[in-house]
Ligand binder design. Structure first.
Ligand code: PEP
Length: 246
């Protein structure tokens, strides 16, 4: 599976009731342009969103998945459940899960293994906090997260990495262009070392991407696409972001 660039994924987080969510999904499904569009709605409307975009090339996935396939895990959903309703992707290791829910690298690894078993496209999110950045530890953190949360031996064509500095998520702040390029270069080097140069795992940038800054970010060396949070909730903004990469 090879994803056409630009890859533009929208993380709806805990937003989207049926009416608005389905209208948004339908608008995304009719967006003209080349590349790969994906949306990650809340699990409550996953199936309906999948039906709403049927016939388009839009990828629809879930925002998290358990490491086990089934069992006594109240409140969780699993990779086979996502697949069962027609989902083809999952976001894992989002900073709101790593930092808000205490997900460790090893937890993300287990979830990624489950996602690979279900043959889902797995988007692994990584990124440093503000304290880690100011302490000069960005690359060490990225290395630890890549090494600790990306299982070896699965189909690399089903893996995507999203570099999302925690301090840039939902804050309106973005790193400088040279910082994005250097972070992506570091991630690429590490992915090459682990999975081989031919793996070409796409690397997305995420953190306060909007219609106004998308063209500049999508044009940066080493940026294969973007993961968009807040701006993915507005159809016009999300489509403009996609079109900024044409
Ligand atoms: C995200 O939640 O993955 C994200 C990048 O959010 P935002 O675009 O709102 O910063």
């Amino acid at each position: 599976m090879s994803l056409e660039r630009p890859i533009v994924f929208g993380n709806w987080k805990m937003n989207g009731l049926r009416e608005d969510g389905l209208a948004l999904a339908r608008a995304v499904a009719t967006a003209p342009g080349k590349g790969t569009l994906g949306i990650f709605p809340p699990a409550t409307i996953l199936r309906e969103v999948i039906l709403a975009v049927e016939g388009s090339n839009v990828i629809v996935g879930a925002q998290n998945a358990h490491s086990e396939d089934f069992g006594a895990f109240t409140g969780s959903i699993s990779a086979p459940m996502i697949k069962d309703v027609g989902g083809t992707a999952v976001l894992l290791g989002h900073s709101e899960c790593r930092h808000g829910l205490g997900e460790a690298d090893a937890d993300v690894w287990g979830k990624a293994e489950a996602s690979a078993r279900a043959d889902l496209l797995t988007v692994i999110c990584i990124g440093e906090t503000d304290d880690e950045r100011t302490a000069g530890r960005r690359d060490a953190v990225l290395r630890r997260q890549i090494d600790g949360s990306m299982p070896r031996g699965s189909d690399v064509s089903k893996l995507v990495v999203a570099y999302e500095p925690v301090w840039a998520i939902g804050t309106g702040k973005t790193p400088s262009e040279s910082d994005i390029v250097s972070a992506h270069a570091f991630v690429r080097e590490r992915l090459d070392a682990i999975f081989g140069r031919e793996s070409r795992i796409p690397i997305l940038y995420g953190g306060s991407v909007k219609a106004e800054n998308a063209a500049a970010i999508l044009a940066l060396e080493g940026v294969d696409g973007v993961l968009v949070g807040g701006a993915s909730l507005d159809a016009e903004s999300f489509v403009r972001i996609f079109q900024a990469g044409q």
